[in-house]
Write a protein that binds this ligand. Structure first.
Ligand SMILES: Cc1cc2nc3c(=O)[nH]c(=O)nc-3n(C[C@H](O)[C@H](O)[C@H](O)COP(=O)(O)O)c2cc1C
Length: 195
């Protein structure tokens, strides 16, 4: 039996909306609050507060240390991703996909394809979209394939219809959806502890 010497789970939530008072942020804050009630360490990062340059396909990450050679805001975010047990990506649906800033970040995951540092971590999604929940399908599919490529386990996504900032908070199902995702995250960690 494998023993894990760490009691507390560490969840990192990335917010990929430019609207500080927007729906993604509201969902992220609610999830963070519920996880903290369960003694989970939670950190939130607003991607629009970090400089994330595009991947330039220099292929340096395929050499020696297998890390990205760019020195921008991703340095800190890489470190957080590698520390965390669970990565939650919150992004508004923009043209059926993730926001531009989220896509910039995803492209910078290229080193993880080779160095496998995210292997075994879990991933979940928070996805507000205006028209209806089906609008999130491509984004969910993209993240599922991304997680698979990086050796991560997809846990779940909350998709919710919302347009104006704060619309999510008017949705009567939001509370239950957040609790369900929180339980799913906690349960995934307990499974690791029991292995
Ligand atoms: C550039 C842009 C593209 C969008 N594309 C879609 C879309 O394809 N489908 C959809 O349902 N909503 C779309 N929306 C609406 C946002 O997903 C929606 O307003 C969301 O609640 C914004 O989340 P936020 O408050 O966290 O920024 C788009 C919004 C913008 C600004």
């Amino acid at each position: 039996m494998r023993t894990l010497h760490r009691k507390f789970m560490h969840v990192v939530i990335f917010i990929g909306s430019p609207r500080k008072d927007g729906n993604t942020t509201a969902m992220a804050n609610l999830l963070a609050g519920k996880l903290r009630d369960d003694e989970t360490i939670v950190e939130l990062f607003d991607l629009y507060d970090h400089d994330i340059d595009p991947c330039i396909d220099c292929r340096e990450c395929k050499k020696e240390q297998l890390v990205c050679m760019q020195t921008d805001g991703m340095k800190k975010l890489y470190a957080k991703m590698e520390e965390a047990d669970v990565l939650v990506f919150g992004t508004p649906v923009y043209w059926f996909g993730p926001s531009g800033r989220t896509k910039l970040m995803i492209d910078r995951f290229k080193p993880y394809f080779i160095n496998k540092k995210l292997y075994g971590k879990k991933g979940a999604l928070l996805l507000p979209s205006a028209v209806d929940r089906e609008e999130s399908n491509l984004t969910i599919d993209q993240f599922k394939r991304l997680f698979k490529a990086l050796g991560m386990e997809y846990l779940d996504a909350i998709t919710i219809e919302a347009y104006e900032a704060g619309d999510v908070l008017k949705n009567n199902n939001l509370h239950d959806l957040i609790i369900d995702l929180k339980d799913r995250i906690i349960e995934s960690h307990q499974n690791v502890l029991e292995e």
